[in-house]
Design a protein around this ligand. Sequence first.
Ligand code: PEP
Length: 250
Amino acid sequence: MRRKIVAGNWKMNKTLIQGLQLADEILSASTSAEVLKIIAPPFTHLSAIAEKIKSRTDFAVAAQDCHHLQNGAYTGEVSAEMVASTGANYVIIGHSERRLYANETNDILIQKLNRALSARLIPIFCIGESIDERNAKTHLEAIRAQLKDGLFHLSSPDFGKTIIAYEPVWAIGTGVTATSYQAQGVHDFIRTEINKKYGKEISDNISILYGGSCNAQNAKELFACADIDGGLIGGASLKSADFSAITNSF
Ligand code: PEP
């Protein structure tokens, strides 16, 4: 049985006080005990939110990134071990905004994954095609390449711990959501590629989340698809009522 998961990526939003208030609201509004809710606030909020959720087995905390090296003279950076030391158990790796604005290459992402797993963090690895790839109908090749070049170096036990987020870049923050037909098509493709590489047991058990303008109105239809196990939510995770409604959309 795959776990149903809804992760909220707060990006660079909310001061500490605002973030703690939002976390409180989400904690009291979310009643779906069988759904794992993962909150991904800025680094500065991790410890305080991890402390807040620690008695709830249906909640966890994620960082939005970690550095690809263990430690050293890298001013302003945060390592995977540091993230783990806050009480966070998850880390988002390879978000398209970081691939774009921080020039993260597959080589860097491979190192980040390895660091995260060594620090016992569960990676939420993001993949997704650009609008040009979608229009040229080369999106499945793009997804295959991202899996092969970013993720498929992992051993079966390590791969089995990860979560994948399919986030078409053209849907992130745009208000344009993939249709459930488009999303299910890619999720099915991802699961098939995983089956070919790691076998049925792992492909049947890995959670694949959809991300890209998912909201309280469209979540139900998306989450009803056979291979969509939940969502990675950006904008709609900043309002407790919307986020909670999404967590109740299975
Ligand atoms: C995201 O950034 O991961 C995301 C899915 O954003 P949004 O929901 O705002 O499209």
